[in-house]
Design a protein around this ligand. Structure first.
Ligand SMILES: [Zn+2]
Length: 302
């Protein structure tokens, strides 16, 4: 019986993600409605040899120095030329390594182009499996060549870049990337300073793991550590702690409704995020997705 329920829940969630997730609920998830010719790459200096690049899609981090360039995430394929040009403005342009924080196309879309440029791609094992499988498998050149499932360190440019697995958070292949000397944390999408949390259950994510990942950021960050989210403005650990506290309040409200036998539609209709909506950027496009993910997770656990 449990199996049947789980399977049904899984199918329902997958259908919902297809209907709403890809149609625009995740603002920069699919590339269908982005005019890439108009996208400009904005470079922000974060530390003496560390930069954040903003274009369309997930945040890119760039560590520069005599050993070559290490970057975090690849945004969309049509932007690779602009991204490479922006990196040449701040370095000698030798991009040696790129790590993917998670599998979504707004963070991995440029992998194929970077692979062809000879960049060594790193990721969690689960991310590589998802990228290589599914309905539209990525070509081999786009796949990570080095994978890990435990904390892994890349020593470059005087920095010890720590790749820290965050199991089953936004997806099941998330990595938190820590640059201790630059004093920067990059979270991928398990933390975004816009919208409500997004545990992507179709890609193995969970709210429980996402909350653990947020706590890991709070524990690791110093008061002045710059936290670069997958999307949105750069923040400090206070913002992440507040985001986690908010997620717990909303989860508990939904938990009470699940306990009372409410359906996902009834939970959405009850608007349990209402008192936060004015404070959360993109609340309107992310609230329902969050509520349905919590409902599905808690119902499956019952
Ligand atoms: Zn994502």
């Amino acid at each position: 019986m449990t199996t049947l329920t789980d399977r049904r829940t899984g199918i329902l969630v997958a259908a919902w993600l297809f209907a709403f997730g890809l149609a625009g609920a995740e603002m920069t998830f699919a590339q269908g409605n982005i005019d890439f010719t108009k996208v400009e790459i904005k470079t922000t200096k974060i530390a003496s040899n560390f930069y954040a690049l903003d274009g369309a899609g997930g945040a890119i981090g760039v560590l520069t120095g005599p050993d070559g360039v290490f970057i975090v995430d690849s945004q969309y394929a049509p932007l690779t030329d602009k991204i490479v040009a922006a990196i040449k403005q701040i370095s000698d342009g030798r991009i040696r390594f790129m790590v993917n924080t998670h599998v979504h196309p707004d963070h991995t879309g440029g992998n194929e182009n970077l692979g062809k440029l000879g960049v060594t791609i790193l990721s969690r094992d689960q991310l590589r499996m998802r990228l290589a499988g599914g309905q539209r498998p990525a070509p081999p050149i786009a796949l990570p060549t080095i994978t890990y499932n435990e904390t892994t360190t890349v020593h470059m440019n005087g920095e010890d870049v720590r790749l820290i697995p965050m199991p089953v958070a936004h997806t099941d292949g998330d990595t938190l990337v820590y640059f201790p000397t630059a004093n920067v944390l990059m979270t991928g999408d398990f933390y975004r300073s816009v919208g409500y949390p997004f545990p992507d259950r179709a890609n193995g994510g969970s709210l429980k793991g996402l909350l653990d990942a947020l706590q890991a950021v709070v524990d690791l960050a110093k008061p002045d550590t710059k936290i670069i989210p997958g999307h949105g403005e750069i923040v400090n650990k206070t913002a992440v702690a507040e985001h986690k506290a908010m997620a717990i309040v909303i989860r508990d409200r939904v938990a009470a409704m699940v306990k009372a036998g409410k359906t996902a539609d009834e939970v959405v209709a009850a608007k349990p995020t209402a008192d936060y909506d004015a404070k959360v950027p993109q609340a309107a496009t992310t609230s329902e997705r969050f509520l349905r993910a919590i409902h599905a997770e808690l119902s499956a656990a019952k």
